[in-house]
Ligand binder design. Structure first.
Ligand code: HEC
Ligand code: HEC
Length: 282
């Protein structure tokens, strides 16, 4: 190596070490303010926005958009929007609920998103949700058809004045909340179950081996659940009983602290299949 190259190599190593030290100090000494009452710095905000824009655009590119002009679909989309979205995003002349005002990042006005984003991107964002914001994933609560209905309504949204929106509200009957309609459930799939349990707060109450963030002791650890003879001390541990437990713990054991989480039959089968793989005790 020539001395010139050696100097360059040491400079790169020195600069990298310095950058890592600064980043480490920011984290270790708690310099970055993560409170929702303080905005991100401009640089962090730019980084997050660009990451979001690129992530969505790459993933939504190949989505095929169906016909979004059917008035019946648009009306169904309005019902779903009113039931699930207006609380956080507001609508023409309608403010979000007080808790949504405290979110950081603040939920965007969807009038603007409908203008700026393609239908495929909006579909992807609603279906998948956005990490580290308050935006939920709707994939486990709405069918793809229902999500497209919401997208269809969102395309009409920018054309509605506050008076128009109020009229839609008055004319549409309140929807009765209904469980996600299912095709005939297929046999449980452990991989799908592992993903589904992120969507039902299991990680906030249980230690679950190999699941990142599942380290809470509100309920018993699920390590070794596959080889335990009983579920919650009351049911013999079969896949069918596990499905029943997950779908309605409070019916099976009144007074239990594990809540009914509205798990669909398919998701319960998948999660039961995943739990069947947890045979190693702690
Ligand atoms: C609990 C509050 C909450 C609910 C309920 C909610 N959202 Fe969101 N949403 C957010 C937050 C927070 C963001 C991220 C900040 C942002 O980019 O708007 C977001 C982002 C979005 C975006 C991306 C906005 C953009 O252009 O960057 C879309 C589209 C969206 N939400 C649609 C919906 C729809 C449709 C529903 C109802 C099915 C819904 N949201 C329900 C909080 C919520
Ligand atoms: C709010 C906290 C909470 C959430 C969320 C929760 N659980 Fe539980 N879970 C509990 C508690 C508490 C028990 C103990 C119940 C009892 O014995 O009465 C329990 C018991 C169980 C059991 C039986 C364990 C045993 O040792 O027999 C299983 C299996 C289980 N939960 C799986 C899940 C899965 C999977 C999810 C997500 C779909 C989930 N739980 C979500 C609190 C929770």
């Amino acid at each position: 190596m020539t001395s010139c190259k050696r100097v360059a190599a040491w400079t790169v190593i020195g600069l990298t070490t310095a950058a890592l030290l600064v980043a480490g100090s920011v984290i270790y000494f708690g310099w970055y303010d993560i409170s929702a009452t303080r905005p991100h710095t401009a640089a962090v905000n730019q980084l997050i926005e660009t990451t979001l824009a690129r992530s969505v655009s790459v993933r939504a590119k190949s989505i095929r958009v169906p016909d979004l002009n059917d008035p019946a679909d648009i009306r169904d989309g309005f019902g779903l929007f009113r039931a699930h979205c207006v609380q956080c995003h507001g609508a023409p002349g309608v403010a979000p609920e007080p808790y949504a005002l405290g979110l950081n990042p603040a939920p965007a006005s969807l009038v603007e998103s409908a203008h700026e984003r393609s239908a495929g991107e909006v579909f992807w964002l609603i279906r998948q949700g956005i990490k580290m914001t308050g935006m939920p994933a709707w994939q486990y609560r709405l069918t793809d058809g229902q999500i497209w209905d919401v997208v269809a309504f969102m395309r009409v949204l920018p054309t509605l004045s506050p008076t128009d929106y109020r009229q839609w509200d008055e004319r549409s009957p309140q929807p009765t909340p209904q469980a996600i309609p299912l095709d005939a459930p297929r046999i449980g799939n452990a991989m799908a179950g592992r993903q589904a349990l992120q969507q039902y707060m299991c990680v906030t109450c249980h230690v679950i081996p190999d699941v990142v963030g599942a380290s809470s002791h509100v309920g018993p650890s699920l390590a070794g659940i596959a080889i335990r003879p009983y579920i919650a001390g009351v049911l013999s541990n079969t896949p069918e009983n596990m499905r029943r437990w997950l779908m309605a713990p409070t019916t099976i054991k009144p007074g239990t602290a594990m809540p009914d989480l509205g798990i669909s039959e398919q998701d319960a089968r998948d999660i039961a299949a995943f739990l069947k793989t947890l045979s190693a005790p702690d």
